[in-house]
Design a protein around this ligand. Structure first.
Ligand SMILES: [Zn+2]
Ligand SMILES: [Zn+2]
Length: 277
């Protein structure tokens, strides 16, 4: 069994939260000093603790050890420029070196979004990071996805979006999970790209059932009219961020909603892409 451990940074944040929650009877300068010292001691303890690489378990002070960091982020994959579906080299007839590639599905019926950047396929070992982020609140994984998405964007010829939004969760799911994993990627990504981020401009108006259990056609119907735009997106290029892109139906519905509200262009930034349904 693989052992997961909080990175020293996660632990340090937790330590500060704990220290701040130490209740003292009186709010005196002495009490404040004691709290400060307790906080410093916990920080120090966190730094001294060894932690492990989230993928291979080797000792590492950051989320991934140097070896995993170098090995797994640079997956050489040809992808559809529109939906980021991986494409077989044999299926590609390129006339020029830098022609954008498109999969048959996107050529036949183009989705509402214009482009998709994806880091890697949704499979081992990087799927571990998506699981850690989504179900174990390991926010450092969101930062790592953001850093690599920013690098992928820099390597692309894509224009920068005017605004970055996360794929929203329904209110029910947000309350249950306590955070939106897409926002945990979108916020650092926007900061790194110097683009404004807004987690409230797009909302999920209908609670859709878990997508993984449904076939593609049902998914499409399931997500149609699931979103609402509450701010002004007219004439703007919107960057939409999600952790995992599966069928693309959710992102298609969101892009359609944004375009109906006047958005000029929609670029998806997704951490991991499911190769096939
Ligand atoms: Zn490692
Ligand atoms: Zn495509």
């Amino acid at each position: 069994m693989r052992v997961f451990s909080a990175s020293s940074r996660d632990f340090s944040d937790l330590a500060v939260m704990k220290a701040n929650s130490i209740r003292l009877p009186f709010q005196t300068p002495v009490a404040a000093r004691v709290r400060e010292l307790a906080s410093a001691a916990l920080r120090l303890a966190a730094r001294a603790l060894p932690s492990q690489c989230a993928l291979c378990g080797n000792l590492s002070q950051s989320l991934l050890c140097d070896g995993c960091d170098a090995q797994y982020w640079n997956e050489p994959r040809l992808r559809c420029a529109t939906c980021a579906l991986p494409m077989a080299a044999s299926a590609i007839r390129r006339e020029r070196e830098n022609t954008r590639l498109h999969c048959a599905a996107c050529l036949e019926s183009p989705p509402a979004f214009n482009d998709t950047l994806a880091l890697a396929d949704y499979r081992a070992p990087l799927d571990t990071l998506a699981v850690e982020l989504k179900f174990r609140a390991r926010l450092a994984a969101g930062e790592a996805f953001a850093r690599n998405l920013r690098a992928a964007f820099e390597d692309s010829d894509l224009p920068a979006p005017d605004l970055i939004v996360p794929v929203p969760l329904s209110h029910t799911r947000l309350v249950a999970r306590g955070y939106n994993q897409a926002w945990a990627i979108a916020r650092p990504l926007a900061r790194m790209m110097s683009v404004r981020a807004d987690a409230t401009i797009v909302t999920r108006v209908r609670h859709t059932s878990a997508q993984s259990r449904l076939d593609q056609e049902t998914r499409r119907r399931n997500v149609a009219s699931a979103f609402a735009v509450s701010g002004d997106v007219r004439g703007r290029h919107i960057g939409v961020v999600d952790d995992v892109m599966t069928s693309g139906a959710t992102l298609d519905a969101l892009a359609r909603t944004l375009k109906l509200a006047g958005a000029r262009r929609v670029t998806n930034f997704v951490a991991l892409r499911t190769p096939k349904d």
